[in-house]
Design a binder for this molecule. Structure first.
Ligand code: SIN
Length: 331
């Protein structure tokens, strides 16, 4: 294990999973019409020779896709590969490059599952590799600096973008195209990293990695969990359709502190009587929720997409609704 004052080079594994950071377009001014994940990660590294000084590297192209096409099955494959890599005693930490669209979900999935205190850092880019002012190389450099830093140990899975270090639990993509898209919500970032200089100012409060009750070995099949988004007059008849199509869990993105229309409440009751586990979040993106229906699990301050990740892992690991209620408060 590397100590705080260890001056030897870290040994890092880079697992590349596509995204804009490896995106290519025919024009350097094309910020939107590019192909995500088109380039191997070697093309990003070619723009960043300085990264060699930060660590000794093992480099692996795991998959090359846009993360809008990623989901639980791929997250599970990535988690299994990460677990294998992290078991290797010669590896001090892991950097994962990914698309930003579902990065917060992949990060939280790994944060709940990986049994490690080694640094695991996700990063990506908002501008493709081929664009003027691409942020990919500097984000990768900063992510590598965080992963190489012994202070990053034991902080769970981290996300580094735009000079900011975020906990996987809090990280949320909040802007559709600008470089400062990721934020930590009300609880903010864990620290900053500029030109490789790492400064932590906080540690994650919720349990993660080694302290969770989720184990990769317990997962044989991933259940389907869907999100129902409340809007004024939303058609509640869509809810049973989710169960008809196989959903074992439903997360409601409710109004305000977790409210919903009478018609949605009725359908949620029926869903729960069919054995579908239902949780409630808020569409407000800030604050926590309470339950307005017996059996409906309040997902604390988690976003709908993060609550979905937690619920699907809890269902995959055969946990009871009582366990799940506890998890929403703890994780
Ligand atoms: C993606 O999520 O793969 C595309 C968008 C991005 O990486 O910013």
């Amino acid at each position: 294990m590397r100590e705080q004052n260890d001056m030897t080079k870290a040994r890092l594994h880079l697992l590349a999973c596509g995204g804009t950071i490896a995106g290519l377009a025919s024009s350097p001014l094309d910020f939107f019409g590019y192909t995500a994940g088109a380039a191997p990660v070697a093309a990003v590294l070619a723009k960043l020779p300085e990264i060699e000084a930060l660590a000794d590297w093992q480099v692996e192209d795991f998959c090359q896709l846009g993360s809008e096409n990623a989901g639980p099955e791929l997250w599970l494959q990535i988690a299994r590969r990460c677990a294998d890599v992290l078991q290797d005693e010669t590896v001090d930490g892991l950097v994962i490059t990914s698309g930003t669209d579902t990065m917060e979900e992949l990060a939280y999935f790994l944060h709940l599952l990986l049994k490690t205190d080694k640094p695991v850092v996700l990063t990506g880019a908002m501008r493709p590799l081929s664009a003027y002012g691409t942020d990919g190389p500097v984000n990768l450099y900063n992510a590598a600096a965080v992963a190489a830093n012994p202070e990053s140990r034991g902080k769970g899975v981290l996300l580094v973008m735009n000079d900011t270090i975020l906990s996987a639990r809090q990280a949320a993509k909040q802007d559709s195209f600008r470089l400062h898209t990721f934020g930590g919500g009300e609880f903010g970032p864990l620290g900053y990293v500029a030109a490789g200089q790492v400064q932590f100012a906080a540690a994650p409060w919720h349990r993660h990695t080694q302290a969770t009750e989720f184990h990769l070995a317990d997962i044989h099949k991933l259940p389907q969990v869907e999100i129902f988004y409340m809007s004024g007059g939303a058609d509640a008849r869509l809810l049973p359709t989710m169960a008809d199509l196989g959903a074992a869990g439903v997360v409601l993105a409710g109004f305000g502190n977790g409210t919903f229309s009478d018609a949605v409440g009725e359908q949620l009751r029926l869903l729960m009587s069919r054995g579908v586990v239902c949780a409630v979040t808020s569409r407000t993106q800030s604050g926590f929720v309470v339950s307005h229906l017996p059996g409906l699990l309040p997902a604390a301050d988690l976003s709908p997409q993060k609550a979905r990740v937690l619920l699907l892992l809890a269902l995959a690991c055969g946990k009871t609704p009582a366990d799940m209620e506890r998890y929403f408060a703890l994780y």
